[in-house]
Ligand binder design. Sequence first.
Ligand code: AMP
Length: 466
Amino acid sequence: MLFKDLNIIKPILNSIEESGYEKPTAIQEKSIPSILDGRDILGCAQTGTGKTAAFAIPILQRIIAEKKVDNERKLKALIVAPTRELAIQIGENVTTYSKYLDIKSTVIFGGVNQSSQVRKIKSGVDVLIATPGRLIDLSNQRHVDLKNVKYFVLDEADRMLDMGMIHDVKRIISKLPKERQNLLFSATMPKEVMKLVNSILKNPVKVEVQPVSSTVDIISQGAYMVAKKNKKSLLVHLLKDESIKSVIVFSRTKHGANKIAKDLNNVGIEAAAIHGNKSQNQRQLALNNFKEGSLRVLVATDIAARGIDVDELSHVINYDLPDVPETYVHRIGRTGRAGREGVAITLCDSEELEMFRRIEKVIGKSIPVLAEEKFEIIEPVISQKTLNQIEKLTGDDKKNSKRRQYGNKNGNVRGKSQGNSNRSGKPNNGKSNSGKGNNGKPSTAKAGNTKANSGNRSRKPSSVSK
Ligand code: AMP
């Protein structure tokens, strides 16, 4: 099927062509005709499926059709998204698809001064993309008039719930006209989302593209079972792999994200952290650099990473496991976008094992374990000061031999793992050996004891890489 088979008008077809899309994605094929028919939609789809175009294109087309009757510029479509990054992303998409249409749109979100946003709204917009908090603020101040809204999109509804935005969302809905078309998208459908669905959607067409239980198959997944204290060294080791062109490293906490980025920069791997405590400008700068390819490693919290749309993202690394299994699906969905391959690597410590198992249950398959507990960091990141202290304690002053054992003077790390880990950092996409350690294949690395890293001189550094 081609876009033109979906009854899309010429000016939109032209902008789609300029975007380089050859044919509609599954969700676009399934949703666009129903939305053009005026039906409500319940879209069960992850990011990366092309869902933004699936709702934006038909809404724009419907607005244009009405304009022939009513030429006034009124706020007709409201798109609500959980984060500013996602809102900006949707705004960019809407601008792209409306390039050849008489349609104006703008994006509003919190954390920045409202005056320029108010100015844009006052100048007249047909489509408003908003995060819930700022929308309520501006609506309460009567800068936003919702009484003409005919198209309402709630994107990433499950994420809004996770972020405690449900009350804001309900307040927004209560301000909308009763007669409207509703489109609700969510990667997962927990009970609370279903309640919302039942209260706002009328006889919706259900469009399911990627059920939660089947993580995007083109993404190769793998996990390292590693002691918490060794995660940093393992991450540095993994990032030495040049096949990792661009990677988001996920941290559960803002503090953790800062620390990971700092540690990486300390060993010469340029990285930037984005999270809610960073200013909008800092976040945008890091994101732009990342998208342009001048920044290879972005460390992000789950919330900050929402809406990051980087087609070429080759890898996702879960430095920590998320708090809820569904978030894993969101995380790995950052890679493998628009049909491209992607790799998702998870670093799991013993305290996270239970969550690891829960994730496997949710995605309906095992995640191959690339190396277990015995992952041996042969040359861990260790400061010269610590090295000197170890030398003092052990009474050993043969610096060169230590350097080989504890790390070279640049703090570089080389490691080998037991199991089927490979230097490409690309896990197997095949059968899992989860819970069984390696796949039985002999590896070049020796099974080690991580204690060797902390100055246990009784162990022979038998597997030091030269
Ligand atoms: P989304 O799921 O809306 O975040 O979209 C994921 C990515 O797919 C974005 O980079 C879009 O630009 C891209 N995309 C959307 N529709 C298509 C299409 N029909 N063909 C190829 N790429 C697309």
